[in-house]
Design a protein around this ligand. Structure first.
Ligand code: C5P
Length: 249
């Protein structure tokens, strides 16, 4: 419990704010990257591609390396199933994991309760639970035409963030653009993790609405997720160091 509270209350330094996306295809590549960067960054994000390739063995290996993990599994299922999956993740000592806010209040609550119980039983720190609001790949058109939700994207994001907080989640994953409205509705005591980050010296790749690390922090985010500007840099350690410096504001 203390870890979660600490993350919400403590002023993070640049290194602690930096989460590197382990968007590599194999366990070998992932562990190599972690060994290389673990002194420069605060956390490593394990996404669905790597996880479906490696399974929970990867989480156990990362634990052996004492690498803090954000498990980006985005659970969204009936409460009983989401809770069972959260239990498996909770007992592995990850630092953060996430569920879709669209799963609703009961799902968020049961997922968190299960993760906390499993962490306590395994005597590992309780993970921070984040909710995904509206994926950044969902445009206004998709939201309205495909999903039948006529409100503005920002409004839906803010509503889901409020729901997540009321259901016990510790924070959300949100684009930098959405951070101000979330802070306005919820305040400071809520963790925000932001992807789509590009330092001024890096390529944009396929990201559309990018912000620099420094701007993301001034907009109110707590943690940033960075992938290719670090993982594809010629000198990955140096890239990570430079971004961590930029995050120290
Ligand atoms: O390489 P890049 O910095 O673009 O990687 C960003 C990471 O954050 C990827 O793992 C991507 O899947 C994830 N992400 C994102 N945008 C979202 C949610 C997650 O870029 N809205």
């Amino acid at each position: 419990m203390q870890k979660v509270e600490e993350a919400k209350m403590t002023q993070l330094n640049g290194k602690e704010r930096l989460i590197v996306a382990l968007d590599v295809p194999t366990m070998f590549d992932a562990l190599k990257l972690v060994e290389e960067l673990k002194d420069e960054v605060g956390m490593f994000k394990v996404g669905l591609e790597l996880f479906t390739h490696c399974g929970t063995k990867l989480l156990d290996e990362l634990k052996k390396l004492e690498a803090p993990v954000f498990f980006d599994g985005k659970f969204h299922d009936i409460p009983n199933t989401a809770a069972a999956a959260s239990r498996e993740i909770g007992r592995r000592g990850v630092q953060m994991f996430n569920v879709h806010a669209q799963g609703g209040s009961e799902m968020i609550r049961t997922a968190q309760k299960a993760a906390h119980e499993a962490a306590d039983e395994a005597k590992v720190p309780r993970p921070i639970l984040l909710a995904v609001t509206v994926l950044t790949s969902i445009s206004q058109e998709i939201l309205t035409k495909d999903l039948g939700i006529t409100d503005k994207v920002d409004e839906v994001v803010a509503r889901y963030a409020v729901l997540a907080k009321a259901s016990g989640a510790d924070g959300v994953v949100a684009s930098a653009k959405e951070v101000p409205i979330i802070r306005e509705r919820i305040g400071k005591d809520f963790v925000i993790v932001t992807p789509g980050i590009r330092p001024s010296w890096a390529a944009e790749d396929d990201q559309k609405r990018i912000v620099t690390p420094k701007d993301a922090v001034s907009m109110g985010t707590d943690y940033v997720v960075v992938g290719r500007p670090i993982t594809r840099a010629n000198d990955r350690k140096d890239a990570a160091k430079r971004i961590a410096e930029e995050l120290s504001v």
